[in-house]
Design a protein around this ligand. Sequence first.
Ligand code: SF4
Length: 715
Amino acid sequence: MMTTSFTEPTKGQAICPYCGVGCRLLMESACGELIRVTGVADAPANLGGICAKGATLPEVIHTPDRLTQPHVRPARGEEPRPMTWADALGWTAARLREIVERHGPDAVAFYGSGQLDSEASYLAVKLFKGSIGTNNTDSNSRLCMASAVTGYQTSLGADGPPCCYADIDLSDCVVVWGSNMAEAFPVTFNRVKAHLKANPGVELVVVDPRRTNTAKYATLYVPVAPGGDIPLMNAVGRLLLEHGAVEHDFVAAHTEGFGAYRDFLLHADWEGLVSAAGVPEALIRALADRVARSHALLTFYCQGLNQSTVGMWKNNSIINLHLLTGQIGKPGAGPFSLTGQPNAMGGRETGLLAQALPGYRFSEDPGHRAEVEAYWGRPAGTISTRPGLTAVEIFRALEAGRLKAIWIAATNPTVSLPDLHQVRRALSGAELIVVQDPYHPTETTQFADVLLPVAQWAEKTGTMTSSERLVSFSEQVVKPPGMALPDWQILARFGEAMGFSGFQFEESGAVWDEFIGLTAGRPCDMSGMTSGRLRRERHLRWPCPSVDHPGTERLYLDRKFPTPSGRARFHARLHRPPRETPDHEFPLILTTGRLYAHWHTLTRTGKSPKLLRLEPSPFVEVHPDDAAEVGLAAGQAAELSSRRGLIRLPVKINARLPRGVVFVPFHWGDQQRENVAANYLTIQAIGRIAKQPELKYCAVRLAPAPDALEPAATL
Ligand code: SF4
């Protein structure tokens, strides 16, 4: 229900602002405050489900550290001063214009987030690519989904998961590869558990170096070596070939590249594959047997595959297995990348990645640039022909002085990016840092020259796309604090302050309706999902090419793929070891990840007493033998160092970790306690095409800390 005053008790529905499951939540407010959040029973993503993070949203929205007014820091070292919107945006426009005049448009960058709704993502692209003229317009989705994007594009012809969550109930073998789904996507994993319980013959295969809470429910657990995914997938492919488990009719009619892939697998050194996979041969055979026997194979995967310098190849390799067995384009089957953030999919659709333009277009494609320029009424050549910088490259260029200004929205890179000492050096040298965020201070807002207050979840309307291509409209039930504005409105007002045309919008629906025009005829066609229709029907899956189209539950049921030949592609992918492997100085592998109770960098979940009771402070998990080797016991303070930094954390002993691997959750940053952030240690190495950093693997050393640790502060 929509309202305009927001003072009366109000109810409304919105998509959860945390993970990409996309739970639809019922918000209840009273006296202008959010008081209760529950799952919506008939919502397709969650069927009434909700996890602890969603349920505690009322605790983290109305907090004393909300930013309520724009601020500008007149000079470095001075305190930011409150300003009106007009003055703050005018000041920022003058500074940005001056930098562009002096150094050209590629001296500025926008670094956004999968937390931005599609309206904001679209306007960021229109502003930076279509008006300022730089492709340096990227997002923190680069840290989680870039490999999945390029994997789908190169294997299937276009980005986008082919499946939907309802496929869980139709699958007889669910594989979870490289995701602690039970903690990171709990509501979807609850559906998997319910399916297993109701159907005892259904298999759950979990492939992960860590024996996580997800693995507890597995009928088969495969402890792949860190970085050993491609040889394991290739070994499974080889066994499927040798044992006649190939779906030859599908392969012949709907794929290309099979011959080269088959020869590559059959000529691979078998012992080499087994050894690099790090899995006993009997377990590899058991995994291949499950794949071969399945009539409906559904594979979920996430950062374990994506956060790698060969993440795209890992995505290609898992899709190879689905093509080989014909397990795609039918109910209950397919490769299904889990999306880390609530609207990482929307960012992909609107073009908020350096290489992209709205509607799954590419900035390097002259035809695509011309189509978008014409749609926006811009002169030919407005969109730059130069490739844009991606997340890690933006911060490298900032440190090197090639980039002078950065606009950061809805993300906290001084906790989430790899090699945080480098990130901090980069920001310290920038000429202009604009940050739009609901909260202040965060680790990142402390660097800002301009602070722009944002209306967040429950305080604005907007549209997001979940992991299953479900596009949903979110309602507003409370007023934003003070002068805070929705992200899209800040960007629109700034576009006007810069003197650009095409930024006059009355409300979020008008932005959405302009955006979907750019998807017409594209693989992610949303042109039938007008804002009016989404407000009435709440959600639809793309493609949805006309206003009477019901939306599309599953892609590729016709076995036609959006490649020039209409066929999906096999890719023969070699094993490549991670970029930094253990040695005598740094003998252990650090892997990072999420916990059930927290979300990203704690800017919200760190304020919830209930969530903090579940997970109060950071830690390093260590195998008992690795701890004993350096004289550490449970609860003792450890120093963990890499070639890039050193952090201090209490030890948790975990016998379910493989020897030689330590695990640190990446949630905690300097605001809770200095020198606890996992990303002070991680490496900036990025993939060649996806440009995703290798956040799951770097070499570290563990030692007892000389002093006891201070307790972490609560926010
Ligand atoms: Fe929100 Fe994800 Fe929890 Fe659903 S599972 S309530 S989307 S955090």
